[in-house]
Write a protein that binds this ligand. Structure first.
Ligand code: ATP
Length: 372
């Protein structure tokens, strides 16, 4: 006969799919009954009634309990939490992050002892591939076994949801927002909260508040990396975000073209006024290899990435070739690093992800937290 303890132990291996923590820790297991014939009945309380994940939870609970020796059948009975139970889960999950006692917003990533490495991906102008780089780099990092989040802060030209193939609305849970997930990466974008057919017409202060909430009130969990896709250029949003994330590193994306390199320089120089630091330059659309002849063309000229890196006193991290499959992958929600990990562009992303993974080390000498 299996014991209740054994069943509870098995249930401890099941995570709530949205919160990402064991259902036993979250108080979601309301009761376990083991009958003489080995049939186990588990009462599970969902955090919200009609939770869209109820089938997943039922399946995972059943699967975990079935593995316990002596179990002959499993029945999962679903109920939902009371307001009070929900508040206690929210408190547990939040762990004090998000709001200081006076109600001030606290951005955990800005805290000196926060272990997450924040990397802002910037560019001088639109269309150089900043979002494609963010999406592929994020997935490449996740493939290295790291916990990765992407904050799509490109508020007017958000494209990360499409590139990563994430759709839907994040679930709000007691003033906390659960990010969506795709290809092993957690994602939050303004695109989840607005009508995709209409332009975002929010004014600066609203966008500033939205970004602040994305950083403070989204349940990111324990991230190794948070990649922020900045809007192109040096506008208000990029500066706001840089001020909210004083410990962040910045990777600047440019094409080899001189005109692009010159404007990218301004984006990189923005870090001088904020606490961020440029950690490298990525040159995108560096070369094009004709599939039929194998001949290499430098459509956008050459040297921009190297020159930019020298001017920003940093290093050129890599050169990504033009690959039509990269564009197709961005359009259909499967980044090239997933669709074809051996493609030269994917290999560059993987090399850069490995390099980035190595930078997640010392937090010594970082700035103190910012409070709003
Ligand atoms: N190396 C590449 N090869 C082929 N197509 C690419 C490459 N990099 C980016 N693209 C394509 O170029 C277009 C612009 O890229 P992307 O949206 O990533 O640029 P961006 O700098 O983020 O632009 P914005 O900031 O305006 O959103 C997209 O259609 C993308 O799929």
């Amino acid at each position: 006969m299996p014991t209740t303890d054994q069943v509870m132990q098995a249930l401890g291996t099941v995570n709530d799919p949205e919160i990402g923590q064991p259902i036993t820790d979250l108080g979601m297991v309301d009761g376990v009954d083991v009958a003489d014939d080995g049939k186990v009945t588990v009462d599970v309380l969902l955090t919200v009634p009609g939770c869209p994940m109820k089938d997943t939870i039922t399946r995972e609970v059943t699967g975990a309990v079935q593995k316990v020796e002596g179990v002959t059948a499993v029945e999962v009975r679903l109920g939902s939490m009371t307001e009070q139970q929900r508040a206690s889960v929210a408190e547990k999950v939040r762990g004090g992050a998000g709001r200081a006692p006076g109600g001030q917003v606290v951005i955990p990533f800005a805290e000196a002892d926060n272990p997450t490495k924040v990397v802002a991906i910037a560019s001088g102008k639109g269309g150089v591939g900043k979002s494609s780089v963010t999406a592929n780099l994020a997935v490449a990092l996740a493939k290295e076994g790291l916990n990765v989040g992407v904050l799509d802060a490109d508020v007017w030209g958000y494209s990360i949801p499409r590139m990563l193939g994430v759709e839907g609305k994040p679930v709000a849970f007691n003033n906390m927002v659960m990010p969506l997930q795709a290809h092993g990466v957690k994602v939050i974008s303004i695109g989840f909260f607005v009508d995709s057919e209409r332009p975002v017409i929010w004014r600066g202060p609203m966008l500033h508040r939205a970004l602040q909430q994305f950083l403070a009130d989204v349940h990111w969990g324990d991230l190794d990396f948070l990649l922020c896709d900045l809007p192109p250029g040096t506008g208000d949003i990029a500066i706001s975000l840089a001020q909210m994330l004083p410990n962040a590193d910045m990777l600047v994306v440019t094409t080899p073209q001189q005109a692009a390199q010159r404007v990218a320089l301004r984006a990189g120089q923005m870090t001088a006024q904020t606490g961020m630091r440029v950690s490298g330059v990525i040159e995108n659309m560096a070369t094009f290899v004709a599939p039929d002849t194998g001949k290499e063309y430098r459509i956008f000229g050459e040297g921009g990435g190297q020159l930019l890196a020298a001017e920003l006193d940093t290093e050129l991290w890599g050169q990504i070739p033009i690959d039509t499959r990269l564009r197709e992958g961005s359009d259909n929600g499967t980044p090239l690093v997933v669709a074809d990990p051996d493609a030269p562009a994917s290999q560059r992303f993987t090399e850069m992800a490995k390099r980035l993974a190595k930078t997640k080390t010392s937090l010594v000498g970082r700035s103190l937290p910012l409070k709003f």
